[in-house]
Design a protein. Structure first.
Length: 220
């Protein structure tokens, strides 16, 4: 794989070596890192870069075709944007692929260079944002994981807008104890205000549900 700078990585998946080589040269000259694959199964099996990227994916290939690759990426929870490569007669299929979440499609064999690079840059920019959001979410879940069970209970009730007095009554503890747990929880979560706590209520609930499910599975 050639390495670009900040432009991102483009994966080219096409069974036609002429298409792979031609697109590879063009995109490397535009500053992208490029990796090429002769089949959908080879692409799915390969390790991919952690940074922002997109995939140029041929619709029609022997074995695992483009639609199957798109479906497999979705199953994996991948945020990698897909731009389909399709012949003119395949436009209706490409439209279906767009409806299933593809970022765009390019008609073969005569690619419009400006259109292609614009689509790729847009897709990679979106992927960069998605990766950053995932990174922040992971960091938040890691911090939530550091809370004690009681700190998480207090944080979740506070995020729901309940006052310390109400939380104390519901949990059967003193209001002062609620204040202590709330303060420790806010510090561990690196939050400064109730508004910040309210903002992550969904994540607190998700983490609590995940812990409950894990406990239940261990007990059974």
């Amino acid at each position: 794989m050639s390495r670009g700078h900040d432009a991102g990585t483009v994966y080219i998946v096409d069974d036609d070596p002429a298409v792979r080589d031609g697109l590879g040269r063009l995109l490397r000259s535009a500053g992208f890192a490029v990796a090429t694959f002769a089949s959908g199964s080879a692409f799915i099996a390969a390790e991919r870069e952690d940074g922002p990227a997109c995939v140029l994916l041929d619709l029609r290939m022997p074995g695992m075709d483009g639609m199957a690759v798109q479906a497999r990426l979705a199953e994996q929870g991948s945020t990698l944007p897909v731009i389909f490569l399709s012949a003119h007669a395949e436009v209706p299929v490409a439209v279906t692929a767009l409806q299933r979440g593809a970022s765009g499609f390019l008609e073969k064999p005569n690619f419009d260079y400006d259109d292609m690079t614009n689509q790729i840059r847009t897709a990679i920019a979106k992927h960069r944002i998605a990766l950053e959001q995932l990174r922040r979410q992971k960091g938040l879940f890691d911090r939530i994981g550091r809370l004690t069970a009681r700190e998480r209970q207090v944080a979740q009730l506070a995020a729901a807008g309940k006052a310390n007095k109400v939380i104390a009554s519901e949990l059967g503890i003193s209001e002062r104890t609620v204040e202590i747990h709330r303060g420790r929880g806010m510090k561990k979560l690196k939050l400064r205000s109730v508004a910040d706590l309210v903002r992550i209520e969904g994540e607190l609930m998700t983490a609590t549900a995940a812990d409950t499910n894990a406990t239940d599975s261990q007990e059974h």
